[in-house]
Design a protein. Sequence first.
Lengths: 395, 395
Amino acid sequence: MEYKFSDRVLGLKPSAIREIFKYAADPSYISLSAGNPAPEAFPAKELAAISAKLMQDEPILALQYSVTEGYPLLRQHLTKYMKETQSIGREFDDILITTGAQQVMDLFSKSVLNEGETVICEAPSFIGSLNDFRSYRAKLVGIPMDPDGMNTEALEKALQTEKNVKFIYTIPNFQNPSGITMSLEKRKKLYELAKKYEVMILEDNPYGDLRYEGEALPTIKSFDEDGIVMYAGSFSKVISPGMRVAYAIGPKAVIQKMTVCKQGQDVHTNIWSQVLCYRFMTEYDFDAHLENLRAIYTKKRQLLLGLMEEHLAPHITWDDFNGGLFAWCHLPKGIDMMTFVQKALEKKVCVVPGTAFLTSENEPCDAFRINFSTPTDEQLTKGIKLLGETIREMI
Amino acid sequence: MEYKFSDRVLGLKPSAIREIFKYAADPSYISLSAGNPAPEAFPAKELAAISAKLMQDEPILALQYSVTEGYPLLRQHLTKYMKETQSIGREFDDILITTGAQQVMDLFSKSVLNEGETVICEAPSFIGSLNDFRSYRAKLVGIPMDPDGMNTEALEKALQTEKNVKFIYTIPNFQNPSGITMSLEKRKKLYELAKKYEVMILEDNPYGDLRYEGEALPTIKSFDEDGIVMYAGSFSKVISPGMRVAYAIGPKAVIQKMTVCKQGQDVHTNIWSQVLCYRFMTEYDFDAHLENLRAIYTKKRQLLLGLMEEHLAPHITWDDFNGGLFAWCHLPKGIDMMTFVQKALEKKVCVVPGTAFLTSENEPCDAFRINFSTPTDEQLTKGIKLLGETIREMI
């Protein structure tokens, strides 16, 4: 049979990261290409204890069908917690528990995007989101990144000239892949521009709690008195990604459409894991847990910075990153990025080519992404050393 | 801000079943409207034991990111199991683990349906699937059900006259909501017609293992030598729906597109639950567990049949149902179905109006759906008695 696919999937390709994961899964390779939390960052004992008690006392709660909106106690707690700790959420907002933050991107896109409409995003940006926007046949317009976030002049120009812009997608904290954090001034400017041009903002904040230096900045959603921001938060980086629990906080009318889409997509999010997240947040010291995570990653980041100074400088440079899981590295002029990534693969080190994060893979790109959360200290040390050998052989 | 939604969600409404669930969640109501497994049907102790061991020995496996395709050991085991027990799967097929079977419907629709293309379905059919097809702006064409399944003359006529038919959606075993099982002859005819008119079949089989009378019939997928059937299987009715683990088996080219869509939708299915399903199937006597489920539901079905004979006959009639979780009941001429459902709600009994399962809610419908798996024996007894009072008051 000749299969006839929908127009929307004809151009979709498996994510380049996922393809590189296939090498990364081979234990003879050193993977600096993932975005996985460090194994030691999981509160495994606590989750095991909560789970054992849940399955002894209330197994039906964990095993039976639940409601699309999410576990009521988790929704209530998160609503209160996000309001108190980050000033997120107003009377006009609602919360929806999702199967990972990726589902927030998908449900929001499905609810608002018509074919051919425009999404403005950072260039580079998270490939999983870009591919999802593409699956609704959106036109992607990438805005260059300054060291303090999206270039707001270029953004305003795009808002003036592009037709049918539906929303602006941003990861303001320790952006994936660039590691860049948007300044407070730019956050305010972005909000003003969105309001002025009547487009929504999709604020994706998976790394917000993982700051290792400097002061935390308010989220864009915290300014939102007009109901123009859809905020995506996630437990993937702070509890466990394997459980796939995240949430959207945004205007009720939009959350309602997203909920109807979720009914048709997976009915509800795994309820066992929702209960675990709720109880971990409320029965344990969540702040102390976050402190512990930051301590683990601060050490890893310091190790990476030292290794990069030793092996990659001065040929390879990197953008400042005060948090998150990634370093964004730039190759010197005259070195072809894809050739570098390929030669590193030959030495059995995987990094992600920067083109994977662009709105068009054919644009020129001098950068690649290093993840420092997943590898062990030994792997990171060996991997950066091999990247150093690679660049020196190419110069 | 005035929110501008996509055309695809403008017409979507929350499922009528989900709306009725709101009453059903009120403990002062007797809910015969759900589709939940009986609480006593969950292998809670076994899952608790597997989970405890997993979290002690391999917590990282349960908590870390996993691959989109699904847990490799579960995929391998299911491939072998479905081949051996049901002759499902050929060389050209592949398997994808999904977040519930609802996600199979969604990923398949997203991969093959363009706006305005046609899906042929049974009338009535499962509302969750119909709403999902609607969300891709499909045209739904309902084929009337005979006591032995879809009317194949009407089906062939639709295949001849409808434009751009992409697939036929069927639940051949103990269909939701009608309880009807498609005869072997009709399964073969349906397959031949799909092949002749070059459309795919989406075979949804959540209840196949729940047969209480008669001989099991082969699935349509078991005939598939041409790669035209996408099969959806699920653990929701045989292990736990709260864990949201199901699977699609179908032609590799289609599974590949669905996998790319899943990357953008939820990255992967909850891995902790995937491991639990795999270990429950392989470390325990899965056949004995299924026998136990059938014993639980056979008793409930017998109770329901007796109660319907006593309280509903002869005014209300029902279609034969040899398995599954539902009875499909017809009201006598002259009784308005929505009025009946409303009057039953006033007596604090929830059933689902049959119109919820039609391709158009405005079509006439004399039927409502009763679920017998979720209520306790006491609730079922009281509920059917109250439905009997309702109908006698209306005659």
